[in-house]
Design a protein around this ligand. Structure first.
Ligand code: DQA
Length: 223
C-alpha cells in the first residue's frame, strides 16, 4: 500500500464555480471523489488537504512527512513564486508530482514559471482533473521500480527503462539513448515514462511537456 498526500493550494476550494472554462466544472469534492475511486482501485491510501494559506500547506507537508510515501500537489498560484513551498518539498525529500488542471504553458507568461518543478519528479498539466490521476500514476511507479544500486557506473547500467514505463528512479541519472547520446537528468527523483503515441512512443522524462529522449531503448547510469 502506498500512502500519498494530495495537496490543493489556494483558490482550489472554489473549483466548479471558479472560471469553469479554464478549470472545469467539477467541484473540489467531486475531484477528490475521483481520486479516492482511483486510490481504491490501485491500492493507494490517500490523505487530501486544501488550504488557501502557504504556511498551512507547509505545515501539512511537514506533519505528514513520516506518513507519506509521496506527494501530489497542485500549488495553485504559489507554483509561480513560493520558494518556501519549494523548500518544504525539498526538505522532506519525498517523491512529489506537481499538477495543474490548466495548461500553465499556454496561459499568461507568469504562469509558465514554476519554482516548484525542479524539486518534483514530474509536472503534469492541462489534463483537467486527470492531471491528478497522472500524478498518482507517476508515484505508483515507485512500487514497481527496480531498486537502483548506488554502485552503478558508466560501464554498468543501473536500470534499463521498462518498455511501458513509467520508472521512478532516485536521481541524478545519466541517460544514454540508443544512438549513444548522453543526457544528465539532475533531479532528486526522475520519472521516466512512455507517452506521445504519435511520436513513436519516445521515452519522456516524466514532465510530459518535454519529450526529449527519443529512443526505443535507453540505459540509465548513476553519473
Ligand atoms: C492552477 C494554475 C495556476 O496558475 C493558478 O494560479 C491556479 C490553478 C491549475 O490547476 O491550473 O490556482 O494551478
Amino acid at each position: 500500500m502506498k500512502r500519498i498526500l494530495v495537496i490543493h493550494g489556494p483558490n482550489l476550494n472554489l473549483l466548479g464555480e471558479r472560471e469553469p472554462q479554464i478549470y472545469g466544472s467539477l467541484t473540489l469534492a467531486e475531484l477528490n471523489a475521483k481520486l479516492h475511486e482511483f486510490a481504491v482501485e490501485h491500492n493507494l491510501e490517500l490523505k487530501v488537504f486544501q488550504s488557501n494559506h502557504e504556511g498551512a500547506l507547509i505545515d501539512k507537508i511537514h506533519s505528514e512527512r513520516h506518513w507519506a510515501d509521496g506527494i501530489v500537489i497542485n500549488p495553485g498560484a504559489l507554483t509561480h513564486y513560493s520558494y518556501a513551498l519549494r523548500d518544504a518539498i525539498s526538505a522532506v525529500g519525498k517523491p512529489t508530482v506537481e499538477v495543474h488542471l490548466s495548461d500553465i504553458h499556454q496561459r499568461e507568461p507568469f504562469r509558465k514559471i514554476s519554482v516548484i518543478k525542479d524539486v518534483c519528479i514530474a509536472q503534469v498539466c492541462g489534463l483537467g482533473w486527470k492531471s491528478y490521476i497522472e500524478g498518482l500514476k507517476a508515484l505508483q511507479a515507485e512500487a514497481t521500480m527496480t531498486h537502483v544500486s548506488r554502485e552503478g557506473s558508466m560501464s554498468e547500467p543501473i536500470i534499463e527503462a521498462k518498455k511501458d514505463g513509467p520508472n521512478l528512479i532516485k536521481g541524478p541519472l545519466k541517460l544514454v539513448d540508443a544512438s549513444g547520446k548522453e543526457t544528465l537528468i539532475d533531479r532528486p527523483w526522475v520519472a521516466l515514462c512512455r507517452c506521445g503515441q504519435s511520436q513513436s512512443k519516445p521515452l519522456c522524462d516524466g514532465t510530459h511537456s518535454k519529450v526529449s529522449f527519443k529512443a526505443d531503448a535507453a540505459k540509465l547510469y548513476q553519473p
